[in-house]
Design a protein around this ligand. Structure first.
Ligand code: NAD
Length: 434
């Protein structure tokens, strides 16, 4: 822990009233940040620096629709902090994208990269659009025009996007191509989450779910519950949830409930995850699966289980349902599934929470491996990727738990303390350019 001067308490959150409600994502992040900053005795100057995004870009994206009409979309890219290295963070295409949300997600990425100690800062981007109503050609035009709008910030040494909500490998390939055409040479390391054929990393698709499995295994060992006796409920059966369920089942856990947008399934004796994966692949949803009872998404959260793995949405564990949760361990596969109000209740109940910035950091860790491989021009086999992921994630878990025990704080605040301290240390060592 670095020795940082005591804050003048009056300086903490001078503009708190500017922030809206508890489920405002930036507010949720700032509440945890403030708590950790106070415990760290963060210098007031550093506090001011770390609570403000470094750069916020807003672009208008004129695009020709297939109908011949022009539409203008709004795009954002926020670089929250780049003191530790190039900004890293996904790009989402969604009607609900707001600057406030992009700022919060960019800050989260800063802390997430610092928790696992990879040399990246944090960023996030988004375009306010409904990709469900767009043709492939329109999606490509939006992607390329947005990329050219933010091209000055992009680059392997400055800002490296990745997929997020409603964006995928295909879109990363278009960003890489647009950037490379401007640079007049191929630059694979400008994005991660690319197709493996064009410089993506083996193991990237599975990395977040695999990371969830590693940290759950560590948490179960801490509470003395063997994996073979652990009953797990998973909310969300997409990339993170379905793969986490699969990895945990392969480790010997019993998956008692899963859900997606179409509803939930339960079997206290255990669901056949391979069979569920095949069903979801064929039917694109869990609804209709015949070999389990149905359960609502709300019920799933409070079902009788040992591990709850929210891997779908923000703000699903709140002060309203936290008391009813029976799980001993919560592994936050999703970003921001637990509100700050619920944190306190879970702590009182003695639930072991593996916070999102640690639990789902497997994805950005293998993105880092992808960037390293692209820059080195030398690619690793999948086993090497998975072993290096396991080493980083389990080491980070132990660092967070060690800090939580030493400072007698919950694991989320310990993760923030670890992250903020690492970013603050970099600022202190670098000094201030004036
Ligand atoms: P995804 O789109 O592949 O899957 C989301 C799943 O959630 C789907 O099964 C969907 O049906 C389900 N869902 C949606 N609404 C629901 C509801 N109301 N109740 C229950 N389930 C619902 O997304 P993903 O990549 O798996 O991401 C899930 C979460 O994990 C997000 O919060 C994301 O930000 C976070 N995350 C993802 C990664 C990654 O590498 N994919 C990395 C870090 C964090």
């Amino acid at each position: 822990m670095t020795d940082i001067a005591a804050p003048a308490s009056g300086l903490i959150r001078p503009d708190k009233d500017r922030f809206l409600s508890e489920d405002n994502p930036f507010e949720a992040m700032m509440q945890r940040f403030d708590h950790a900053a106070q415990l760290l005795n963060l210098d007031p100057g550093l506090y001011k620096i770390l609570r403000n995004p470094e750069k916020q870009i807003i672009v208008s994206i004129p695009v020709l629709r297939d109908s011949g009409q022009v539409e203008v979309y709004t795009g954002y890219r926020v670089l929250y902090n780049t003191s530790r290295g190039p900004a890293k963070g996904g790009i989402r295409f969604d009607l609900n994208v707001t600057l406030e949300e992009v700022k919060a997600l960019a800050a989260w990425m800063t802390w997430k990269c610092a928790v696992v100690n990879i040399p990246f800062g944090g960023a996030k981007g988004g375009v306010v659009c409904d990709p469900g109503t767009m043709s492939m050609a329109e999606l490509e035009r939006v992607t390329r025009r947005y990329t050219s709008g933010i091209i000055e910030t992009l680059g392997p040494d400055s800002d490296v996007p990745a997929p997020d909500v409603n964006t995928n490998e295909r879109i990363m390939a278009w960003i890489m191509d647009t950037y490379s055409m401007h640079k007049r040479h191929t630059v694979t390391a400008v994005v991660t989450g690319k197709p493996v054929e064009m410089g993506g990393s083996l193991g990237r698709r599975e990395a977040t779910g695999r990371g969830c499995m590693f940290v759950t295994r560590e948490a179960l060992a801490r509470i003395g519950l063997p994996m073979q006796q652990a009953r797990v409920a998973v909310q969300g059966f997409g990339n993170v949830g379905s793969l986490a369920a699969d990895f945990l089942a392969k480790e010997g856990a019993t998956i008692v409930a899963v859900s997606d947008k179409s509803g939930g399934l339960v079997n206290p004796k255990g669901l056949d995850v391979a069979d569920l994966l095949a069903w979801a692949q064929e039917h694109r949803q869990l609804a209709g699966y015949p070999r389990a009872e149905r359960v609502s998404n709300e019920e799933l959260l409070t079902i009788d289980c040992d591990v709850l793995l929210p891997a779908a949405l923000e703000n699903v564990i709140t002060s309203k349902n936290a008391r009813k949760i029976k799980a001993k361990v919560i592994c936050e596969g999703a970003n921001g599934p637990t509100t700050a109000g619920a944190d306190k209740i879970l702590e009182e109940k003695g639930v072991f929470v593996i916070p999102d910035i640690l639990a789902n950091a497997g994805g950005v860790t293998v993105s880092y491996f992808e960037w390293v491989q692209d820059r080195g021009g030398y690619f690793w086999d999948e086993d090497t990727v998975n072993k290096r992921l396991e080493a980083i994630v389990t080491r980070s878990f132990r660092e967070v738990v060690g800090l939580s025990e030493r400072h007698k704080v919950n694991t989320r605040i310990a993760a923030y303390m670890l992250a903020i301290d690492r970013v603050a240390t970099m600022h202190r060592l670098r000094g201030m350019y004036a």
